[in-house]
Design a protein around this ligand. Sequence first.
Ligand SMILES: [Fe+2]
Length: 225
Amino acid sequence: MKEKWLEMYPYYLKDKTDGMVVPIHLNNPIVWKCQYKDFDTKFVECADKLFEQGAKLPNPLEIGKSKSTAPISINKPDNQPHNLKDNFMKNFLNWINPRVREVMNRWTYHPDLPFYIERSWFNEHNKTGETLEHTHGATPIVVSCYIRKDHEDMGNIMFRDPMFQTRAHEDNLQSHYPWRIIPVEQNDILIFPGWLEHKTEPSQAIGRRICLTLNYNFKSMGDKK
Ligand SMILES: [Fe+2]
């Protein structure tokens, strides 16, 4: 039987401040979260249009019952969600960009370093669908938005603890397994660096789990265009 209790958030994250000792963090957290309340049917309709266009393009990271418009973002870069001129997308981008800036600030990047969206795409999982482990390469900032999740058993996101190889020397429960399950619900948004390995749990329920992902990159300092 799978030892789920070894992986589950927040089991391993014993950093509450209500004990007799308090935690001291040597780094800012790697993963950040916020929630957007306006992921409505317009986002789903936008995803459906792009899924039709990308139906025949392969994405080896997606297995089971799944769809992805990631290949479109390479083959037809104009047909990416973030390039839509509709208000629902503009409003969302205006809302998320200050939060991306806040994460950059918390990571201690220069406060004037300009950024832009380099690529964006939708993934969908139905029952059995999952995304295999991967990184986004040198992408400095990834934003994953859960625009629809019909059922809690449709799969959470899993991150591989980058301290695993080092802390494996500790011989305790958190050091025995590298993957951390972070629960995600509809409207949740996670912000993390592209080098961080991640994957999804396989969906175990009938219904739709649709994720919009944005890859942000930096411009040169002084280039505000
Ligand atoms: Fe990803």
